[in-house]
Design a protein around this ligand. Structure first.
Ligand code: NCD
Length: 360
């Protein structure tokens, strides 16, 4: 069974196939209007969402399929204490494919271990958001014509911003990528991504203190919202929320063909005077999200038909170690009774398979 839990669960060739399908959908909408006729998508959203859930819904509708699900965990059996594993076993009887968003990191991976239908991770805590990454990749392909040889600046909340984590992983598989990190000290990129993704793949990566000092070099500026809901301390959020604001003045030094991306929702990290600049690509990015999710649903269903017995991602029973505990309180392994799975990094330390945090 094929799932999309992490950006790297699909090969670069498969990413290409999804992007090419999306481009074909954009050109030939009518050809796909019955591509998923008779199929059902379940959207299990345990955490708030506007565009991701509606984008999945509209994607499945445009493929001629149907959609069921919930957008609020309080109205589902989760409020009665049902586990993720049981919920997906049940939902697999009703739906052909499932998109899941969850505040606990690794929850969609747990779901994939128990599901007979493809699971798509629609965002798990601060960890990953692979379908936003596919959206970003399609947008970059359409706007810049390539996915290699790009200097990309990531600005804002690089600690809790799951879209950044997934996009850096995805881009690390292309040639000539340069990464610039622009974040307050408290919201820096997690060190495991810096080490195990950037350094391991020889991606030149540097941190800078201001947007201004790198603006002229950037091909892409990826802005993010400070993730209020992930802070334990409201005061800390208030202190950090306006650390970096992009305005028309600051854009003056940027390349004429630079693009500004943002996964949205925006709070006030991009002022309204940027919206009419042709380089502001964030609303075009939203529409690309629908096309790429159509392409993803279509291809995942095809791949699962062709290769139904393909190995489930990261379910290696040899990695079970009941003596270790994940150190991340937001990890699903600390909330539900799941197999305690750990992998060893090149430097020999153990990390949790579900959320990639260190062990206690
Ligand atoms: C992002 C998310 O949910 O992580 N939004 C989205 O899916 N488009 C970014 C965010 O919430 O800031």
């Amino acid at each position: 069974m094929r799932h999309l839990i992490d950006t790297t669960d699909i090969t670069v060739a498969e990413v290409d196939q999804i992007i090419n399908t999306a481009l074909d959908i954009i050109e030939n909408r009518a050809k796909y209007s019955e591509a998923c006729k008779g199929k059902k998508l379940a959207t299990l959203f345990y955490e708030p969402s506007t565009r991701t859930r509606l984008s999945f819904t509209s994607a499945m509708m445009e493929l001629g399929g149907n959609v069921l699900g919930f957008s609020d965990a309080a109205s589902s059996s989760v409020s009665k204490g049902e586990t993720v594993a049981d919920t997906v076993r049940v939902l697999g009887c009703f739906a052909d494919i499932i998109a899941m968003r969850h505040s606990k990191e690794g929850a969609p991976l747990v779901a994939s271990h128990y599901s007979d239908v493809p699971i798509i991770n629609a965002g798990d805590g601060s960890h990953a958001h692979p379908t936003q990454t596919l959206t970003d990749l399609l947008t970059i392909r359409r706007e810049k014509g390539r996915l290699d040889n790009l200097t990309i600046g990531f600005c804002g909340d690089l600690k809790f911003g799951r879209t950044v984590h997934s996009l850096i992983k995805a881009l690390s598989r292309y040639e000539g990528i340069n990464v610039v990190l622009i974040a307050p000290e408290e919201l820096r990129l997690p060190s495991y991504i810096r080490r195990e993704v950037c350094d391991k793949n020889n991606i030149p990566t540097r941190e800078v203190a201001t947007m201004e000092e790198v603006m002229p070099e950037l091909d892409i500026l990826y802005m993010t919202r400070v993730q209020k809901e992930r802070f334990l301390d409201e005061e800390e959020y208030e202190m950090l929320k306006d650390s970096f604001i992009l305005n028309a003045e600051r854009l003056k030094n940027a390349k004429k063909d630079m693009i500004v991306l943002h996964p949205l929702p925006r709070v006030n990290e991009i002022t309204r005077d940027v919206d009419n600049d042709p380089r502001a690509a964030y609303f075009r990015q939203v529409e690309n999200g629908k096309f790429v999710r159509m392409a993803l649903i279509y291809n995942l269903l095809e791949w699962s038909k062709e290769r139904p017995t393909e190995a489930t991602p990261r379910l290696d029973k040899n990695q079970i170690n009941e003596n270790l505990r994940c150190s991340n309180r937001q990890c699903i392994s600390n909330v539900e009774d799941v197999d305690k799975l750990f992998y060893q990094t090149d430097s020999g330390e153990h990390r949790c398979v579900y959320c990639e945090a260190k062990v206690k």
